[in-house]
Write a protein of this length. Structure first.
Length: 191
């Protein structure tokens, strides 16, 4: 049995189309860290979003394309995401240079589920691989600590460039962790 070559693998992957962009995943630069060893192919497909709904389709297409190459007996595909950040408009200052996107959940009325939506959205994005944090600035009815099941004193985390470092749990800042009356001069971060 002949061993597959790097060129054969890349040529096969060039036949795999991104279903939304209608271009092959190689020319789009989505194939990363390709390794080929004794018939074992491993690589990462870098998606544009961690919650890509077409991930399974791309994975199946890759496996079908590579399955046609003689000498390949194992295919290991991992998925990553390179989220493109939103750009500041003309004349705007980048206040959080290490943060790519900000999602705001707001309403002009109380009691409509803003905190519930924000918490579920943050947890869902985190579960799909996004580096996610949550800021709850509600000083009148701070409910994020309750929703997140936090009891006891908050734990201090190191922040670099506006982004908490380390830890795999969802990090959040909540006015409700400071206790009332709110000490405006001291931010509280809870991982």
């Amino acid at each position: 049995m002949s061993n597959a070559t790097h060129e054969q693998v890349m040529a096969a992957l060039k036949t795999v189309q991104d279903p939304e962009l209608h271009r092959d995943i190689v020319s789009l630069g989505m194939v990363k860290a390709l390794s080929l060893n004794d018939g074992k192919v491993a690589f990462t497909v870098e998606l544009t979003t961690p919650a890509c709904p077409l991930r399974e389709s791309i994975e199946g297409d890759c496996k079908r394309a590579l399955g046609k190459i003689p000498g390949i007996n194992s295919i290991d595909i991992t998925f990553g995401a390179q989220v493109r950040g939103s750009k500041a408009g003309a004349g705007q200052t980048d206040l959080l240079p290490n943060v790519k996107n900000v999602v705001l959940v707001a309403s002009g009325k109380g009691g409509v589920g803003k905190s519930t939506v924000a918490a579920n959205l943050a947890v869902a994005l985190k579960m799909h691989g996004a580096a996610t944090g949550l800021l709850d600035a509600d000083i009148y009815g701070p409910s994020i600590p309750i929703i997140m099941g936090v009891k006891g004193d908050p734990r201090k985390v190191e922040v670099e460039g506006g982004v908490p470092r380390g830890g795999s749990m969802l990090t959040f800042v909540a006015a409700g962790l400071a206790g009332l009356p709110l000490d405006v001069g001291r931010p509280v971060v809870r991982p």
